[in-house]
Unconditional design. Sequence first.
Length: 130
Amino acid sequence: MIAPREDLPQPTRTELSILNILWDKGPCTVREVHEAMNLAGTSGYTTALKMLQVMHQKGLVIRDDSQRAHVYAASQTKESMQNIFLADLAERLFDGSASRLVLQALGNTPTASDNDMRQIRELLSRLGGD
């Protein structure tokens, strides 16, 4: 992984699905990404290859071309990417207010699981020092 970058472009839906494959499986060849994409729907090998090439140009993935089959990996951890885009979302849509973003997210969730509520309480306790 390279250092967190805040200048990364927002990934498209397809790019995000590829990133999720790379986050779940770790570094993959184009064939491995293609096979994983085919589990969720139909996608050609050349589509997977082209998407990974574009994502490499954007800085979303890194590529090891020391082997015959290039191996791709996400350039950022999932947590790092979530932090980058969540901060951007809070800034652009909620005037920088994390609390407004959280309240909106919780207000749009019909029912939070007991586990979700426990984790939220634990986080609030840690943040509030209670």
